[in-house]
Each structure stands twice: as structure tokens, then as C-alpha cells.
Design a protein around this ligand. Structure first.
Ligand code: MSP
Length: 509
């Protein structure tokens, strides 16, 4: 049986349309899902939309539509973008679906029956845009410490979750599992938060109605985060688990932005502990994108719209740029000039040239027929060894979600290929009939290198991976590592035509 891997994106609020920040989280998950699949894992990859809560209710009202009408409209924008970005999710969950509401209510009932959910009264400050409660002391100058906006005082009957009960267990888990919260700096942040003490958490509201009703007390709707976080198991059919998805895939790797770490690394694990379920394997919090040095916001009118970028530069260029430019986990800045320079140097120049030079030479010297390699010389062996070494390095980086390092390691292979051309100088060998066999070995080494590079770039740039495989006369629908990741896969005699440029240069506007 294949090993399983379950990766999730956050579910996106439908009161906003998708932008580059959302695309970033989803893209990272896609690369890891594609990579694991290529390595033979049975992968479940979940994304979806978060459709309940006051924010959505308010946004719908302002638009003169019902919350569900709003959700139905915006969910299409997300789904269309994921298709355009070549996202390979295996499921898409909406929190308004029956399967999800069912799981949330079952989970609520289970914890209530255990005594971990009880009815009480709540009085605190609430920041509606952040859907977060704050105590008096947590406020900064009377405002929400996250977004700086003014909170409102809420007093209402509320269900509470006995989060305080799970503080020690959670702390122990974080301490004993260094990979549970990543990167390390974020882990430390959560450790100190938990050590300060966990209060019981208010998990229902009576002040609005757009949500999942609390079972047996319809006056209350379930708090949007209790609702939303449950998506990760409702999509697996928990608790009935008719299709054995939960049994097969849980626990998950959650990829999220740093702003929602506390919900994933504190609230969610305590809900799971209370339900007696295994905790996620990893919660990885990535950084935030600014745009040309500024925070992205509707009011600044600088929201980067991914559809437009894809139309202009191509989907693979955008996929490459977002994961190459900034170390995953750190904040980064989006600028058009850095995007263009990455496209021109890394894509058009490095990988594009390697493929077009090599296939052009094969056309010129061997009429496009891949020759049988002869004796291996030192330069060739160096290439073979480098591939073996880099494949391990790339694997390690991807397992650490160091996407930019993995790409740098792939680009070392590409540079080595370009350097190999310069050093072996096929044009000189071609002039000497005695060097015919040597020229054949050089051409084979080059094209075989390109095949292995295609396998490695495919999770990041699926179209490019397929295009290169097609150019090489290989089966472009098979990008699996198994059976293909060893040196020597290309078959002599294969016809390989001169490739059109993979990435046209962008002239600076
Ligand atoms: N609905 C909640 C998540 C519930 S998960 C059980 C939510 N939704 S969101 O639409 O506001 O944000 C979703 C993700 O987009 C978050 O991981 C957030 O970090 C990410 N980003 C939003 N803006 C971003 C940037 N400017 N840069 C990078 N990622 C950003 O939170």
C-alpha cells in the first residue's frame, strides 16, 4: 500500500475575491501535493471556502444579496482561479455544504456530551473584521492588536469550550514534536502564548444568525472558527468515515499564513485533543506578501490580481516566481520588476536556453536522432553524480517546505548543464570526424540531464515539465519519479526536434 499524504490550504473567506496572497498558500500546497504524488504517495489535497460568520453576513447585506448568494458567486472565482493556476486539489469543501454542517454539529455534540462544551455568559471585546475576541488587557490603545480597528463590547449567553483543560497536553505535544509547528520562530511564539495560559473559548454567538446552529439550541450559531477548522475532517467524512478517508489520510499537514497560526496551532489542536483525535502532523505558517513595499489592501488599490498576471506572463512563470522569490516562512515583496527579471534570467535564459541550445545541436549534428552514448568521461560522470546528489538535496528541501532552496538546487542542475555545453564545446567536436562518438556521448548526457530536470521542475511548473517531456519524445502524462529518476532513461534513437523557446523574454515596459 502506498504511503499517504494529506495537505490542506486554509479555506478562504468569500467576502473577498482571490488575490496573490491566497494564490500563494494554495500554490505551495499544490507543489507539495504534486511532488508527493510523483514520489508515489497516495495524496489527498483539500482546499475550499469559509462561508459563514458575521463578516460574510455583513458583506452580503451591503451587496443586497443573501449570504449564500454571495458565497455562490465568489466561490466560482476561487474555483476558476485554481483551475487556471493548475491546482491539483482532490476535493473542494464549502462550509455551507451538508456534509460539513453535519460534522461540525456531531463534533459539537461529542464535546458537549463529554462536558468540554458548556453554556455560560460572555463579556469581552470583539473585533468583527478579525472575528476574534480580546480581553481588556490585550487591546492596544483600546483597539484590536491585530488590525488596529475599534472592537465592540459584547455580552451574551455563549457556549464555551474548555480549552484551559488542554493547556498542559498541548504544551507537551509542542515540546515533544519539534516539527509540529514550523518554522521554528513561529513555534516559539506559540509556545510562549500557551505558557501564558489558555482561557476557555467562547464558541457560539447569538448576535447574528449566518452560521451552523448549535445542536439543540438554535438561538446560537457556532463560532466561525470552530466551524471552519472542522473542514479538515468533515471533508474526510468524519465521524462516520463511510469511505475510510479519515482512517486513510488523517492527520494532515496544514499550510497557512502566519496571521491564522494561533487558530491552527492552539484552538484546533485542543478541539482535536478533546475529541480524542490525533493532532495534525505539521502546521506550517508562511509569511505575507507586500506589494512594491506596501501592505496589500483594497483601499490602497494595490491588490495584485493573479488572473491578470497569468494572462500576461503565463501560469508557470507566476508559479515559479512566487515560490522562488521569497523563502517560505518569511515575508516578501511583490514587484513587477523582480518578476520580469526572474522570468528573463532564470526562465528565458537558464532553463530556456539549455533546452533550445541542446535540441538545436542535436538537430544539427544528428538530424534530431538521439545517439547511443559511448565511453563516459570525467565531465559526464560529474554530471551524473551531481544529479544524484541534488535529487537528495531537493527531496530534503521539499520535505522542509523550503521551496526556494529546492528551486535553487534545481537551478544548479540547469547551470551545470549550460556549463557542460561550454566546457565540452560540441561545435568543436562536430568539426572532427574522429570525435563523432564523443559528440554522441555529450549530446546524450545533455538531453538526459534535461529529462531529469523536467521531472524536478514539473511539481513547480507542470506545463513546462510536460512540454519538455514531449520535446524529448517521452510520455508527458507520466511525471512519476519511480522508474524514471535514474540516469539513463532516454532511449537512443528517439527523435527529438528543435524546441521553440520555453519562455519568451519580456521587454521591460
Ligand atoms: N477563513 C480563514 C481561514 C480558515 S482556515 C480553517 C481565513 N481566510 S482568508 O481568506 O482571510 O485568508 C486565507 C489565507 O490567505 C491565509 O493563510 C492568509 O495568510 C493568506 N493571505 C491573505 N493575504 C495574504 C498576503 N498578503 N500574503 C500572503 N498570504 C496572505 O483566514
Amino acid at each position: 500500500m502506498a504511503e499517504t499524504y494529506y495537505v490542506t490550504t486554509p479555506i478562504y473567506y468569500v467576502n473577498d475575491v482571490p488575490h496573490i496572497g491566497h494564490a500563494y498558500t494554495t500554490l505551495a500546497c499544490d507543489v507539495i501535493a504534486r511532488y508527493k504524488r510523483a514520489k508515489g504517495y497516495n495524496v489527498a489535497f483539500l482546499t475550499g471556502t469559509d462561508e459563514h460568520g458575521q463578516k460574510v453576513e455583513t458583506a452580503a447585506k451591503a451587496n443586497g444579496e443573501t449570504p449564500l448568494e454571495l458565497a455562490d458567486r465568489v466561490v466560482k472565482r476561487f474555483q476558476a482561479l485554481w483551475e487556471k493556476l493548475n491546482i491539483s486539489n482532490t476535493d473542494f469543501i464549502r462550509t455551507t455544504q451538508e456534509r460539513h454542517k453535519h460534522t461540525v454539529q456531531e463534533q459539537f455534540k461529542k464535546l458537549e456530551a463529554k462536558g468540554d462544551i458548556y453554556l455560560g455568559e460572555y463579556e469581552d471585546w470583539y473585533c468583527t473584521p478579525c472575528e476574534t475576541f480580546w480581553t481588556e488587557t490585550q487591546l492596544m490603545d483600546g483597539n484590536c492588536p491585530d488590525c488596529g480597528r475599534a472592537p465592540t463590547k459584547l455580552k451574551e449567553e455563549s457556549y464555551f469550550f474548555r480549552m484551559s483543560q488542554y493547556q498542559e497536553q498541548l504544551l507537551k505535544h509542542i515540546e515533544e514534536n519539534p516539527d509540529f509547528i514550523q518554522p521554528k520562530s513561529r513555534r516559539n511564539e506559540i509556545l510562549s502564548f500557551v505558557r501564558e495560559g489558555l482561557r476557555d473559548l467562547s464558541i457560539s454567538r447569538t448576535s447574528f444568525s449566518w452560521g451552523i446552529p448549535a445542536p439543540g439550541n438554535e438561538k446560537h450559531v457556532i463560532y466561525v472558527w470552530f466551524d471552519a477548522l472542522t473542514n479538515y475532517i468533515s471533508a474526510l467524512g468524519y465521524p462516520e468515515d463511510k469511505d475510510a478517508l479519515f482512517e486513510t489520510f488523517w492527520p494532515a499537514v496544514h499550510v497557512i499564513g502566519k496571521d491564522i497560526l494561533r487558530f491552527h496551532a492552539v484552538y484546533w489542536p485542543t478541539f482535536l485533543l478533546a475529541a480524542g483525535l490525533p493532532l495534525p502532523k505539521t502546521v506550517f505558517a508562511h509569511g505575507w506578501w507586500t506589494v512594491e513595499g506596501q501592505k496589500m489592501s483594497k483601499s490602497l488599490r494595490n491588490v495584485v490580481e493573479p488572473n491578470m498576471l497569468i494572462d500576461k506572463y503565463g501560469v508557470d512563470a507566476i508559479r515559479y516566481f512566487l515560490l522562488r522569490e521569497v523563502p517560505f516562512g518569511l515575508d516578501g515583496d511583490f514587484s513587477h520588476s523582480s518578476l520580469i527579471s526572474r522570468i528573463n534570467s532564470d526562465l528565458a535564459n537558464d532553463i530556456g536556453n539549455l533546452v533550445s541550445r541542446s535540441t538545436a545541436m542535436l538537430g544539427k549534428y544528428f538530424s534530431g536522432q538521439l545517439p547511443q552514448p559511448g565511453a563516459i568521461e570525467e565531465a559526464d560522470q560529474k554530471m551524473i553524480d551531481l544529479f544524484e546528489k541534488q535529487f537528495q538535496t531537493i527531496d530534503k528541501h521539499l520535505n522542509d517546505m523550503s521551496f526556494n532552496k529546492a528551486l535553487m538546487a534545481i537551478w544548479e542542475l540547469i547551470s551545470a548543464g549550460n556549463k557542460y555545453i561550454d566546457e565540452t564545446a560540441p561545435w568543436a567536436l562536430a568539426k572532427d570526424p574522429d570525435q563523432r562518438e564523443r559528440l554522441g556521448t555529450v549530446m546524450y548526457t545533455l538531453l538526459e540531464s534535461i529529462r531529469l530536470i523536467a521531472l524536478q521542475v514539473a511539481p513547480f511548473m507542470p506545463e513546462t515539465g510536460e512540454r519538455i517531456m514531449t520535446i524529448l519524445g517521452c510520455d508527458s502524462s507520466n511525471l512519476n519519479f519511480e522508474g524514471q529518476d535514474q540516469w539513463g532513461g532516454l532511449v537512443a534513437g528517439t527523435t527529438i526536434e528543435k524546441a521553440a523557446p520555453l519562455f519568451p523574454r519580456i521587454e521591460n515596459e
